[in-house]
Write a protein that binds this ligand. Structure first.
Ligand code: SUG
Length: 422
């Protein structure tokens, strides 16, 4: 019996990375609107994170940027759509870097047919994200082509918003054993008539994914996200909660009813350990600017867990004080690892947004999607040479940038033997 391990597939930041303020309800995206972006630095920051995690945790995968600009999207939107800055920026968006939204993944031990199931997220709430899934699926079909171990579904119907693994947590004793899958959905205050922001994950989508994946009802939990958290800018559950193995690390205000939420998780998974951060120590506003919970909670080879947090956590005194106190205690999280992903953070994407977790036997994955130190060096060279250094919003649509962006992606695909994705 092969050993199943967690492999994190990070999204490589695409050469068209830019700040267009496209995501209503994402505070960082709105704040960065119109700023100059640095795609080369962004991609190198992501690569450094991947290399660190490869060295620390032993496995690392990646997914490639999608083809941009997506001229088919502009055609679909009608001639002249390129004159609309938001639609033009949507066609250029590098948002597929946030692979926590690429798909929802149910590992083989959880499913009735003992295969790992992946459902690409339809991301329908935002047009720049809704264009992602067909190309994402094409890539997942290639990476997880071994149909004796994987099934890749189509996205659920667009009537129901699905944002993928960002709203999904898995509890287990060991990654290779059957786990409990927790789906977090939202009902926004806006939906109730007194809020600002949309809820992107609909319960109907979560239920459809659970059915498609063949999850057993006793080991599946559906929990409502706190609408107050959504309105504070937690547009995905992974902005306020993260789980790994038997542990959940969450903000006190993450769920609509915290007692109901923890009771439901405990009923399905009695061994649950909760590390809950009180609002009095770290407010929702601090959690959202620092992205404390958008962390990678990872089992260490030497035992215990590490929390890979954005550097921004170190700069927030209340957050850092909390983390120091937590480490001084005797909890399951034994180490905090700050990483610099500032270019992604400025668009609302922390370390956890940048990765899709797939529990699998790495030998069943197409090796072209698995990182090695040599491959990282090769990628670094292509990015340093071909990725634009900077993009000003006014550059979008100019033919020089268009050519650079297309050529840069091709150069990377070719270097990785993945030209067929072109
Ligand atoms: O969907 N930002 C992304 C960030 C996604 C973060 N993912 C997770 N939390 N898992 C989003 O809001 C900003 C694009 C722009 O404004 O240019 C953006 O799409």
């Amino acid at each position: 019996m092969s050993k199943l391990v967690e492999v994190n597939f990070d999204g490589i930041v695409g050469p068209s990375h830019n700040y267009a303020g496209l995501s209503l309800g994402n505070v960082a995206s709105a704040k960065s609107y119109g700023k100059t972006s640095y795609p080369r630095a962004a991609a190198l920051q992501g690569l450094t994170k991947m290399r660190g995690n490869l060295a620390r945790f032993g496995h690392q995968g990646f997914l490639l940027p999608l083809p941009r600009p997506n001229t088919a999207l502009l055609e679909q939107l009608g001639q002249g759509s390129e004159q609309n800055p938001a639609l033009l920026a949507a066609a250029y968006s590098a948002s597929s870097m946030w692979t926590a939204n690429a798909a929802t993944v149910s590992p083989a031990p959880d499913t009735t047919d003992s295969k790992c199931h992946l459902t690409p997220a339809n991301l329908v709430t935002m047009v720049h994200r809704a264009q992602e899934w067909p190309e994402t699926k094409r890539m997942l079909d290639l990476a997880f082509a071994d149909s004796s171990h994987f099934t890749v579904h189509d996205a659920v119907p667009a009537t129901f918003g699905d944002e993928g693994a960002a709203n999904h947590m898995r509890l287990c004793v060991d990654h290779g054993e059957a786990g409990v899958e927790v789906f977090v959905y939202g009902r926004s205050l806006a939906e109730r008539g007194n809020g600002k922001y949309p809820a992107r994950q609909h319960i109907e989508a979560s239920r459809a994914v659970a059915r498609l994946h063949g999850l057993s009802p006793e080991r599946t939990v559906f929990i409502e996200q706190n609408p107050i958290a959504i309105d504070a800018g937690a547009f995905h559950n992974d902005v306020v909660a993260v789980a790994n193995a038997d542990t959940i690390f969450a903000h006190e205000l993450a769920f609509a009813d915290r007692q109901v939420a923890y009771d439901a998780m405990r009923e399905a998974f009695p061994a649950l350990q909760v590390v809950e951060v009180p609002d009095s120590e770290v407010s929702l506003a601090d959690a959202i600017t620092s992205y404390l919970f958008n962390a990678q909670l990872v089992s260490r080879q030497e035992g215990g867990m590490a929390l890979v947090v954005p550097e921004e956590c170190r700069e927030n005194t209340r957050v850092w004080t909390y983390l120091e106190g937590m480490l001084a205690g005797n909890g399951p999280i034994r180490e905090v690892v700050p990483v610099d992903v500032r270019q992604s953070m400025a668009n609302g994407g922390g370390p956890a947004c940048l990765r899709l977790r797939v529990v699998c036997d790495p030998s069943t994955v197409d090796p072209r999607f698995l990182l090695t130190e040599e491959k990282a060096e090769q990628m670094e060279a292509v990015i340093a040479r071909a990725w634009p250094e900077q993009i000003d919003p006014a550059d979008l649509g100019n033919s020089r940038l268009e050519k650079t962006v297309i050529a840069a992606r091709f150069a990377l695909l070719e270097a990785l033997g993945l030209a067929e994705l072109g």
